[in-house]
Design a protein around this ligand. Sequence first.
Ligand code: R5P
Length: 320
Amino acid sequence: MRELKIFSGQANRKLAKDICAHLHLPLGEISLGKFKDGENYCKIEEDIRGRDIFLIQPTCPPVNDNLMELLIMIDSCKRASAERITIVIPYFGYARQDRKDEGRVPITAKLVANLITRAGADRVLTMDLHSPQIQGFFDVPVDNMFAAPVLNDYVIGLSTQEEERVVVSPDVGSIKRALWHAKRLGGQLAIVDKRRDSPTETRQENIIGGPIAGKVALMFDDMISTGGSICGAALKVHAEGAKMIYVAATHGVLCGDAVKKLSEAPITAVVITDTIPLPPEKLAQCPKIIVRSVAPMLAEAIKRIHHDQSISMMFEKTEE
Ligand code: R5P
């Protein structure tokens, strides 16, 4: 069988090392950096001819640098005669630009998918895409994994009873996700009516469903970026009388003053995964942030892809 080799870009080397530790494999030797004029460089420092290559690189901030680095890593592997190149993008940046919702705007998620496939990626392994339809933007196979079991494990570990729980969807787009969690964790469903005033500003108008008063609210989202959506929803749920609020999200983008917002919001704890690295100083600023690793799950998926085994068998159906 073709030898499996894993290389990491600079976006999340800790996650890549943890994945390799689970697979009992060394992380491949690669030189990455920038020339004085800001252009990226890459050199694969070992023979990869005919090998089954996995490149780990979430396209998190700095998004354009990480994306460009990924593209030149793919190109390096292609030109070095790798047999197959699977890119592991635990977090796919630009995913929220996935439709033309007004005139004269791009569909950047599609453009990025084109760049990745044109560069030479043969497969994509990713996690909790902002919308599952993005899989169709790639003309190569995409495995979209779900961090839901890792996030649910955290909630199950809390000492709350099913009847005290209410699963709150922070917006209409997350209803299916909330329903999936409610089915497994118990509790009623509530939906926050989020309105978007501009690309960066949202406001929370009403709550549909519930009841909320006296309950432990569990809010699930795919990502926390500026923190505006989740903190706005938490304030609304708090005002409705929730006694505790837990937030769980796969991708902790945490840009701008998101960490400060989370610290100040009426949230008991925030659980995120390590798809995006969280600098220790940010973590120290907000002890209520808990990080759970998806490295074991990604390691298992890499092993299965390498051995041509099913990925979907790893999961229960995530949509009802
Ligand atoms: C919205 O559709 C997403 O699921 C997230 O709720 C949102 O993008 C998070 O962004 P922010 O933290 O900036 O509100």
